[in-house]
Design a protein around this ligand. Structure first.
Ligand code: FES
Length: 96
């Protein structure tokens, strides 16, 4: 996943935007990343990855996380499976 990859696919929030949010707003806990465009408040698939971004940005950029090991296609496919197996429901966005 690169910096422009969308991490929260429900709300189309990029890794770069989430990383900047952590650097500038200094959330105390990973769940506060929901204040960045609602990240993690849809199907819930991205929550473990939001934690990884929080860890990377608060403990140093040198940490390799699962996000660096997965492709966008694998990530999107994992989310589809997450939703199709009933583990989460994507939000209804306006215009859909
Ligand atoms: S991908 Fe982030 S809540 Fe669904």
């Amino acid at each position: 996943m690169n910096p422009d990859s969308h991490i929260c696919l429900c709300f189309r929030i990029s890794r770069r935007k989430l990383a900047k949010f952590v650097r500038f707003h200094k959330p105390k806990v990973p769940s506060q990343l929901s204040e960045c465009g609602g990240a993690g408040t849809g199907c819930g698939w991205c929550i473990p990855y939001l934690r990884m971004i929080f860890e990377q940005e608060t403990k140093g950029g040198g940490i390799v996380s699962g996000l660096d090991m997965i492709t966008e296609e694998e990530y999107a496919s994992g989310r589809s499976e997450h939703i199709n197996t009933g583990k989460g429901k994507p939000p209804k966005l306006s215009g859909e």
